[in-house]
Design a protein around this ligand. Structure first.
Ligand code: ATP
Length: 402
């Protein structure tokens, strides 16, 4: 339905699009993802006939966007980022005017307008002045305009930008409902939104396509830094623990994430979920566990990796303090990258001082206690041995095994 071949667009010395090619099949919903200045709007404007390409070609429903522009426009509903609406019109008047521009037969207009107003949830606001609508409702009005000619293709440039979370959810639900009847190309920098709505994602950065696939495929194929997170009492020989973890079959690397209170954190980088192997090692070494989890990178982290660059060990993907600081995008890269990394939830940036009740240094020092639950009125249990084999009464108050 959409065929883009070696599309390039320059503005002076800036290559806003650089040799971009992709296909979108009929009925597909594709998310166009990229930081500010990546070239998303430029591509959409070329597809909708608002901007000529410098080189390359694009076809919509088999028609060339440059030489058969009218045919293309008949088949495309375009919601630009800044929705151009007639503020002094009432909603229904504006749609009536648009229907005339689209040369919809007079006898069909009323029914068509009623249908799109219903679709976008503006039926009860048809008498409102467009200028008096809230931003979210204006966005819906823009979508109504785009839907009016019942286009085969919908091109939506950041349809939820500037909306509050509730409005965003509503517009998202609306787009999901539209998927059944239209081919949709949707741009956004809101990754959860893209993940929720688009089975396929094209990531662009600095005018080039960096990745194309389902969110799951992209994360699996490109992120490459899935890991088991282990937090445990490993004693003073953290380096020995790190080596032991590194010796497990299937482990590609082990990153020491430092101490978290009395526990030590490691990321065991592996392609498969090795929690059982890591757990078995922890049991054999009598490391009391606080966390053993399997972590896969998210689309957001993958995107940050593509847009900002990261080491092969995937350190950027880890939202901990020990990840390397992403390089600031250069001026040549266009506008600043807008995406943030996942919220910091990892270890503190500096090595934490051991707590007053020092962690166990070996399986022999099994009397160290640690109160896990602030509501259990000071009850304690030893974390130096796994709960199942802990001796009764090991805690100072006899509350062992809690
Ligand atoms: P955003 O997410 O911020 O909307 P985008 O991915 O849509 O960004 P584009 O609007 O396509 O990015 O812009 C790509 C690059 O081309 C940017 O560096 C932008 O400044 C530049 N650009 C776009 N339109 C023009 C223009 N008419 N004249 C000069 N430069 C332009």
């Amino acid at each position: 339905m959409i065929s883009v071949s070696h599309l390039t667009r320059t503005f002076g010395s800036l290559r806003a699009l650089d040799d971009v090619s992709f296909e979108v099949a009929r009925g597909e919903v594709v998310g166009f993802l990229g930081p500010n200045g990546a070239g998303k709007t430029t591509a959409m404007r070329i597809l909708t006939g608002y901007l000529p390409a410098t080189a390359g070609s694009a076809r919509v429903a088999g028609f060339d966007v440059l030489t058969q522009s009218l045919e293309v426009r008949r088949r495309i509903g375009y919601l630009p980022e800044a929705v151009p609406l007639y503020r002094e019109h009432r909603v229904s008047e504006m749609l009536e005017f648009q229907a005339r521009l689209h040369a919809l037969p007079r006898r069909e207009r009323a029914a068509r307008i009623a249908r799109v107003l219903e679709q976008v949830g503006l039926a009860d606001r048809r008498r409102d002045l467009v200028g008096n609508l809230s931003r979210g409702l204006r966005q819906r009005a823009g979508l109504a305009v785009a839907l009016l000619p019942d286009p085969e293709v919908l091109i939506l440039d950041e349809p939820t930008s500037g909306l509050d979370p509730i409005q965003r959810l509503e517009v998202r639900a609306l787009i999901q409902a539209l998927r059944a009847e239209h081919t949709v190309l949707l741009s956004s920098h809101i990754l959860p939104e893209i993940e929720a709505v688009c089975p396929r994602v094209i990531i662009v950065d600095q005018g080039r396509i960096r990745a194309d696939g389902t969110p799951d495929e992209l994360v699996t194929r490109l992120a490459g830094a899935s890991h088991v997170r282990l937090e445990a009492l490993v004693g003073p020989d953290a380096e020995g623990a790190r080596r032991a973890l590194g010796a497990l079959r299937g482990v590609r690397a082990v990153h020491d994430r430092g101490r978290l209170g009395i526990h030590h954190a490691f990321d065991v980088v592996c392609d498969e979920d090795l929690r059982e192997d890591v757990g078995a090692l922890a049991a054999a070494r009598r490391w009391a566990l606080r966390e053993l989890s399997w972590r896969r990178p998210t689309l957001e982290q993958l995107f940050a990796r593509i847009a900002l660059g990261a080491g092969d060990d995937g350190t950027l993907l880890e939202p901990g303090g020990s990840a390397r600081t992403p390089a600031a995008p250069s001026a040549a890269a266009g506008a600043p990258v807008a995406l943030s990394l996942a919220p910091a939830a990892g270890p503190p940036s500096g090595p934490a001082a051991p707590p007053a009740s020092a962690p166990v240094s070996s399986p022999q020092a099994a009397r160290v206690v640690y109160n896990l639950n602030p509501f259990d009125r000071g009850a304690t249990r030893s974390l130096s041995v796994p709960k199942a084999v802990e001796e009764p009464g090991a805690g100072p108050d006899g509350a062992a095994g809690r």
